[in-house]
Write a protein that binds this ligand. Sequence first.
Ligand code: SF4
Ligand code: ZN
Length: 311
Amino acid sequence: MSLKPARSGDPACSLCGEPAVIHQRHAGRHLCGTHLIADIEQRVSETIASRQQIVPGDCVTVALSGGKDSTALLLLLHRIFGSRKDIRLVAVTVDEGISGYREATIRSAEDLVKRLGVEHITVSFWEVFGDSLDTLLKGRETQACSICGILRKKALVVGAEQAGATKLATGHNLDDEAQSVLMNVLRGDLTRLVRDSGADSGGRFIPRIKPLMYIQEKEIATYLMVQGVWSDLPECPYAIHALRREVRSMLSAIEYQHPGTMLRLMENKKVVGTAFLGKTAGEPVGTCRECGDPCSGELCQLCQLRHSFLR
Ligand code: SF4
Ligand code: ZN
């Protein structure tokens, strides 16, 4: 993927008249590289401020896979908070052990933290679970993303605890969040639909924050390209099994025809949460009887997995 050189007749930036690099269909305008960068930085700062995602004294661990969303997240947080003495940023990379895929993204993560001078912790599935994802998934490839998601969440928490974090930031963007809303509807999972991962945990676990939750995937890709930090990375070999993949292409097509659909899905999540449960549901309030982690039933998802196959 690369940016095409501007030609006469190409759309101009709605703010300055320079050649545009993106059409923000939901906002009905075109933006040049400079105005796209400024727009994204401002919207991310507003999300962080309005939801109090980061406050003075925070140690924020940034989940850095090395892919485009997490790269953009670290760049943005470093630009917004990099010079602040009262906020510490630490990148955490999880090495699941996916051969032919993870090596390249880990290299990309290492290059970025070196360039920015950000502290970096790497946690592997080997250290935490005693094996690589490739080995753990043998014969269960069709469930790859559900299993990987549960394990990776735990590995990230291990990294965040090592860093002494008060917040755990992930690079989920608007497309991811809207896809999750739709997937939870398709699965009939109302509890998960209305769960707010940014809710106050009362100190029981490290709150997760999603500063890019209102930024579209194509805006993130263009943000990276105009700064020359885009690199084509391989796709995870297990992604072909994911329901998300189908939901993603369906939702992108609907968003193209009906701009603003993703934002409306996010609004619906809030409305459903308020209307049906009286308030937006927070994170699970129970405690796993085996490991003591917060969960909604008697056993957390990780302990359920342990019973089924982990050592
Ligand atoms: Fe894990 Fe699925 Fe993502 Fe691959 S695509 S890293 S298996 S969640
Ligand atoms: Zn447990």
